[in-house]
Design a protein around this ligand. Structure first.
Ligand SMILES: [Zn+2]
Length: 274
């Protein structure tokens, strides 16, 4: 499942191929791919719009058009590709946008969880998202306060897109190991120093993921090789890169979670002394 670095990698790869192109027509091969508007209105409104920019917000791709925004969420298995030359639609293609005589943007999605929106203003769709972890707003002191405003376990809280945008299972496990924090620690047990370290660790693993063009797990990315540099994710039974202890795997909220039982101790709850 693509997370922030993988979506960022796709944005970078599509940018030169798409910006400046005009969408001539849309072929919607699986109508439920479209969240809004109706298929008829989508096909009518998108025609003739020029793509002026592509950005990322959380795990959304945001294509800015002449008079609307075309948003994609890839979810489990979605992918976006620009194909040049003659093209025969493949079995998992859900939407094909004709860009010129011989160039198309293909949204393919074997598992059909991905979604597409065509809206005037994306703010309504982004309104429930937490801050971007690579933005200036994401600081150790913001994180400390936000962690203490919740009373939840760290792992599920970090996966919650309303708390922080863009993290998924892989980068959360990697960041918690780098920060030496146990995934089951309570958010309100984290002290300021640990919150600062967690903030830095989240940035570091995401930046490394982007630098390595993402991780290619269950997914064909753009040559990403971060999977060869995982500290804990998918490494159950293998030695921790820091201390050599065997990495353990537990299930938290139905998500496989990998951690080092030696490096990542559970923070002790401290109660205010009255
Ligand atoms: Zn360790």
């Amino acid at each position: 499942m693509p997370e922030l670095p993988e979506v960022e990698t796709i944005v970078h790869s599509l940018f030169p191929a798409l910006v400046g192109k005009t969408i001539l027509s849309a072929d919607l091969l699986w109508p439920r791919t479209l969240a809004v508007p109706s298929p008829a209105s989508f096909k009518k409104n998108i025609r003739g719009q020029q793509i002026s920019s592509i950005t990322r917000r959380a795990k959304f791709l945001d294509l800015e058009l002449s008079s609307s925004h075309l948003l994609f969420h890839l979810r489990m298995s979605g992918d976006l590709l620009v194909v040049l030359g003659g093209y025969q639609p493949a079995v998992h293609d859900r939407l094909i946008l004709q860009l010129s005589e011989d160039s198309r943007l293909i949204f393919s999605d074997p598992r059909k969880f991905g979604r597409v929106w065509l809206v005037k203003d994306p703010a309504g769709i982004f309104q429930d998202l937490g801050p971007e972890p690579l933005s200036e707003n994401f600081t150790g002191s913001w994180l400390f306060n936000a962690l203490h405003a919740r009373h939840r376990q760290l792992k599920p809280l970090l996966l919650d897109q309303a708390f922080l945008a863009g993290l998924g299972n892989i980068y959360t496990d990697e960041a918690l190991h780098l920060a030496k924090l146990h995934p089951l620690s309570r958010s309100d047990s984290i002290n300021r120093k640990q919150a600062e370290r967690l903030c830095q660790s989240i940035r570091e693993v995401l930046e490394e993921g982007i630098r390595r063009n993402g991780a290619s797990i269950d997914w064909v990315y753009r040559g990403g090789d971060f999977q060869n540099h995982f500290r804990v994710y998918g490494r159950e039974g293998q030695p921790c890169p820091v201390c050599g202890t065997k990495i353990e795997r537990i299930t938290i909220g139905q998500r496989g979670t990998h951690f080092c039982p030696h490096c990542q101790l559970r923070a002790k709850m401290r109660y205010p002394v009255k």
